[in-house]
Ligand binder design. Sequence first.
Ligand code: DC
Length: 225
Amino acid sequence: MKRQGVFQIAIDGPVGAGKTSVGRLLARRLGCRFLDTGLTYRAVALAALDREIDLKDSAALGSLAATMRLAVGGDPDGESKILVDGKDVSARLKSESVSDAASLVSAVQEVRRHMVAAQRRIAASESIVMVGRDIGTVVLPDADLKIFLTATPETRARRRYDELVGRGEAASYDEILASLRGRDRRDSERDASPLRAARGAHVVKTDNMELEEVVSAIEKLAGGG
Ligand code: DC
């Protein structure tokens, strides 16, 4: 249940559709909280890697998710800060090894149950823009506005490639495209909360749109802007 006067905006979509940039800027414009739920699965994945838990051992991953202390903080820039057992692990969550592990960990039903409960608790008390894969379908099915943000795999791979090259990192477009297709497949074919547009979601295709345009379009749908 959400408190009166609290609004919820759910943004889902495949990897690289721009959910995080869009969600963060939208939350800033609306003056509300932002939560990137992918970070919660990444935190479980990192903890599993650190503790050398076998990523195929669903029972061990489930009990890790049940017992680890996960806290989500925010700073004024809208960045989500993730604490595991009191330690800030935010800087370690974006590596390729954590991305791959998170894709496996997030397919475990018991892990999802604990993360969804934590995400709902956060959304109950204050207005929020929440982004992920199952926000409109599972976490916040009664959200005031549901968005399914998407773009072709080629567009998404190109954005990722440009981002890495822009940071001076070595990158291969073909490898990025192949890895993105693999993660798309895992996210949409898994049994537990597969990625799909929620009932009533507005589908926004971002191929030919700039970040600002996407955010303004969503603001309009939200009744502001
Ligand atoms: O969005 P991301 O790449 O940070 O997400 C990390 C992994 O977690 C990815 O494999 C998808 C999964 N995920 C999920 O299953 N449900 C969510 N609500 C958010 C992310």
